[in-house]
Design a protein. Sequence first.
Length: 268
Amino acid sequence: MPSFRVWFKGSLIAGMFVAGLLAATLLIPLGRALLGRGSKRWRDTIVVTWSRIVCQILEVRITTSGHPDPDASLMVSNHVSWLDIIAIGSRIPCQFVSKEDVAHWPIVGIIAKGIGTLFIRRGDARQSSGVTETMAWLLKRGYRLAIFPEGTTSRGESVLRFHSKLFWPAELADVKVQALSLSYRNSAKSEAPFIDDDEFLPHLLRILSLPSIDLHLTYCDPIKAGLGYREISKKTREQILETLTPSLSLKAQPAELLQKRHTTFTQA
């Protein structure tokens, strides 16, 4: 049976989801109406503050290597858990790109839409093309986007194949790109991954039971603007893989690691 500590943390998280709903449906739209283009900073402040508080409640201890490049408009990360979004959101003001299924999730979907998440519908080329154009438009206007190009989650021990078309907006907008890797450590290494048939609430309960969540975030060297999307995809994957498995080369990876697919909280 969950301890009092777990129930207490759970009640705080529930309160934060309520706060997230209020922010997504009232505060952010109000800022958009009153501040116009200046509402971006207002939204970013709300999202970063919310994410940091959630990290504090869950006792996420983030250590970092390297530094975020303020001129990088597209952030690229490996994907292990729904925690990735909150951890990145607590450090980097950005908009995420997600699979459309998330938009229909109770509570989470409302919050995601309210904070400006872009949704991709799998198998719909026309809709995906529209999202690509929207991403390029935002990047050209100085917005920062974050994607998970594996398209799903993994155990975090390697890096799955990247969907290179997700980098096309960076080529169209001619912007700098920066990769970052997420590595959960200690007890979180086995508990944080949100994979296979995991469901959100049981997984959240396991996360709440952890005394702390150790996460190392590595900022890779930024990639200059002007490269083609396939090259950007290749370079960022190599960078992330090197931070996770520095002793392995790309050729040394078993083929199944590149092809295996898992369920996901978000897709970018």
